[in-house]
Design a protein around this ligand. Sequence first.
Ligand code: FMN
Length: 214
Amino acid sequence: MNINAFNNLSYGVYIITTWDEERPTGCTANCAMQITAEPATIAISIHHDNYTNKCIEKSGRFAISILGVKSNPSIIGTFGFQSGKKVNKFDSVKYDVFSNMPIVTDGCAYLVCDVINKMETDTHTVFLGKVMDADVLSEDDSMTYSYYHNVIKGKSPQNAPTYIATERIKENKTDKYVCSICNYEYNGDIPFEDLPDDYICPICKQPKSVFKKQ
Ligand SMILES: Cc1cc2nc3c(=O)[nH]c(=O)nc-3n(C[C@H](O)[C@H](O)[C@H](O)COP(=O)(O)O)c2cc1C
């Protein structure tokens, strides 16, 4: 299996919000997609350990704030690298209440959903939500996941469904150095670039310079 294929899937960057009793809370997510048009239905994937999961389960509702390229990237960090179990994330992020759900003011659009079904995986709950309300907040382009990684240079934590693929792709990148003489593939613990200049291929004894990055 070539895990680099995962890198070609497209996502956006969203803040999934809900209520913890009277308190608004939520988390950053890249996994959200529309799965039917009529009735409009959305699927999100939320890690079992995320506090947001328990709050959606309890409230039966969630909203998706779709971030735009001009949204403040610190919102992604506030919602994506700490837990609402310990902090009030909305203390530092402005929100409005639409259809009784907290919506990030700095987003470019929002959707409000009632949970109509769910499916458990080993690590994440896939919630299906029927869209009850939606609106556009600005004309800015929405932020893609690749924009977040490539332009903002952001990272994803372990609870993001795409985390493992990303980490393994990284490992792959440092591993793929192939000897152009004998096709020996360097699989050492340290990055190939950090090997001493007098490193020689253990199979054909050619110098480091004949290795090609693939
Ligand atoms: C860019 C980005 C994308 C993420 N995508 C998801 C996701 O789709 N599903 C998920 O469960 N967690 C995702 N996460 C991780 C959660 O946002 C993170 O674990 C958060 O701290 C959970 O907060 P909570 O405990 O308040 O729910 C993502 C984080 C980042 C930064």
